[in-house]
Write a protein that binds this ligand. Sequence first.
Ligand SMILES: [Fe+2]
Ligand SMILES: [Fe+2]
Ligand SMILES: [Fe+2]
Ligand SMILES: [Fe+2]
Length: 428
Amino acid sequence: MDPFEIKTKKPEEYLSSLKDIYPAPYDKTTTSPYTKTRIILATGAEYEAAWFSHQNQRTVTDCDLRRDMALLRYVEKQQQQKLANLKPINESLLETTIAYEQLAVDLTAEMAQKESNFAVKKALDFALLEDFDHLYRYADLLDMDDGVHAERLVGGYTEIMPARPTAAHHRHPYDNVKEHINNYENNTQTILNTMIITAAEQQTMNYYMNGAAFYKNDQGRKLFEEISLVEEEHVTQYGALIDTSGDMLEKMLWHEYAEAYVYWSNYMTETDERIKKIWEEYFETEVSHLNAVKELVRKYLNKEYDEVIVNHKFPTPLALHENVDYVRKILADTVQYTGDLTEYENIDNLPTNHRFFRFNSRLTDPVGEEAGHKVIADYIKNQGKDYRYEKYDHPIKALRERCKDNCAVGIKPDAAKSSGFTPLENIG
Ligand SMILES: [Fe+2]
Ligand SMILES: [Fe+2]
Ligand SMILES: [Fe+2]
Ligand SMILES: [Fe+2]
């Protein structure tokens, strides 16, 4: 699929009425979890498109260009809001949160398994374990507060169990900054992965940040607050990977291309016929943006689109599906790792005065009392053992214990064994 070969109407033709942008919501009990996660993925891509454009307007003086940007941005905003309102009224903040973390797990795992750039793959594998752990903490809160078992919400596709514990995710900001890729040295899949995962994590960070204060008790508000800060770290990590070169309009062309790819992927993999029609319509809308920005690149930069996006045929669609074995492998191999400037390191090998230990204990003091641990400890106190959904034994021995929350893995040297990250070509 080459989106540049598709003819569309002008962007203005894709404006909707207020009536049209308020959709009938999905049924939360019968809709596939992956339909829900595809909706979240697309809302994240739209938010990124709109805010990238807002930020850039502040650097552009030409009002002709600003008007063209404003028109596209307004359409993005309409798309964003329609998708956000597919969530039904009766789906709670915390139930939607389970879908956010399931998306983070299964999107990250899907990308990592196709990622040929080892630095990008390491970033994906690294944050994968953290979002996987968030899913477990939120799931225990959901059962404790509302008696809802998250395994139903994830459709049994994604396991729910402790990973690198959330308390270990608090790193010094210096240790989240990675080297950026170069679009001319990397394949289209890698470029799309860096952009799409950044948009998804940013959407998650904003959702938790804004949602935290609406949760019904202190425990939950604290958990949202804590995990939102971790998502901020993820946005820094992934955003750092994105190519820094190129003019704003070249970056905008890439944004439209990435949005078109998200909708095409959703269309290709959707099982819900009604939602599939939205993906089809929005794919066409994005191609109209792509064609419009192609003209702007020509007009203002005197460049052709294929000088910016050299390999413009889409890679295979992004597919959301179960990744149980892959997640277990990454868990077994890398649970003890943390960020160390632009690299990752096993905490067993860090000097005792490394800023990780200093920063982490400053945030989580006293150990075991921060929300991520507290929610599990309280659950165990009430029920005797934690809530989890495992297909077989946990791959990390120290995390098999269900009657006592583990406060050491990923924080204390020698709390678990980890062999390290593996590049794609070495995974059988
Ligand atoms: Fe859009
Ligand atoms: Fe997360
Ligand atoms: Fe995340
Ligand atoms: Fe767009």
